[in-house]
Design a protein around this ligand. Sequence first.
Ligand code: ADP
Length: 466
Amino acid sequence: MGLKVLVASSEIYPYSKTGGLGDFAHGLLKYLNRIGVQAFGISPLYKSVDRERFGIKKTGKILRVFLKERLYEFELYTDGKNYFLYNPELFDREHIYGPPGEAYPDNDLRFGAFSWAVSLAILEGLIEADIIHSNDWQTALIPLISKEVLKLPQKHVFTIHNLAYQGIFGRDTLYTLNLPEYLFTPEGIEYYGNLNFMKAGIIYSDKMTTVSPTYAYQITTPEYGEGLDGLIRKYAYKLRGILNGIDYEVWNPETDPYIDFKYSAQNLEGKYWNKKKLCEEMEIDFKKPLFIFINRLTKQKGVEIVLRALPEMAERKANFIFLGSGEYEQEFLKRIGSYPNIKLINRYDEVLSRRLYGAGDFVLMPSLFEPCGLTQMIGMRYGCIPVVRETGGLADTVIDLHKGGYGITFLSPRWEEFICAVDRALELYENTKRFNSLRKRVMELDFSAERMAREYLGVYEECLAS
Ligand code: ADP
């Protein structure tokens, strides 16, 4: 019998996705199965999940989660590949975590009760697994509940995708979620009088990973540790940085159903026509270089740097298209009001994102910190030269031209450096021959999810051997 792995995640593409976590869970599950692991995902059955399209059906099994004040019932669903837990009161809502830039006030209950239900599914034998792999704060209570509270024998891997979101709630959450009082200490899941979900994953997992080698080091430092660097240093012996990968079957300009003209590293002609069509629709000059930015509009993604650089960008002979929503969208719209060469499409739109990757010349990622970043990897796969800040996973995936690499990087999170990087990109664009040869080179790099899945298999095997 092969190894059985249950991957618990609050997002799994294509069922649900708000960012890189959804892509990660999808790629990991798909390629673990390809290499002979029996891997299943489990996530909440949100209102937005298209049950019909994916053939998601009831199993007839119900998990009863008795919390302090009341009972929450979860119906177990499956499409034959992954599991879903359904509780209409907690998950039949318009958004996954809350409206843009906000969080639902009962997210502790929503994801805490979900984590109980996952653990009970294992306890009751409805789902069999040797390893449970949880991700980020939403599922970080699973190792604690399964191992510490229910004393289940499974091994636990926990992956930190972004330490900036830790799931910190008031002390009351301990009672709401029926967690033992003795865990509420600074060595346990207490965090300055509050309860911290992320701490549970860090403490109770057998192995801990994060999504790039550079970020694995950074989170042990005060600068990037978000207040948990001390705890992470304590558990650093079980921490490993594994670079995320993308599914090259999903992200492929030769087959992408949403781009009008398919192309490859060998024949880039289609990219020219994609750019022409998109620029005409957006009423911008297609002969100018096109910079794209596809990301959440949050501080993390360097939006403040971009806002300060806007007047300079407006003077460049280039077009900039931003696709993203989040806390900065209104301010962004206000500031670009009169600049014809800078556009913001403030929504989540997968089809447009693919058309942008298919048309873009450069992909921008001026992040303040970046655990891994998938946008630059997807951009490169589609022949966009990356212009990124050298941090976290960006430092692991983009090598600067000056170092014999294929991208443009800058170090200091200042708008002046960002503009210098944009100017270097413009200079590169002038040298058509060099630009095109770099384009081919980035398209042929290997940031595949298959490589990532093999590395995770190694972690699971180490877990079982220990
Ligand atoms: P994060 O996980 O921090 O949000 P990543 O770079 O790891 O950032 O992953 C971002 C993923 O989300 C990529 O697949 C990107 O294409 C997608 N994405 C981000 N914003 C949007 C948007 N507004 N519309 C469509 N896709 C988006």
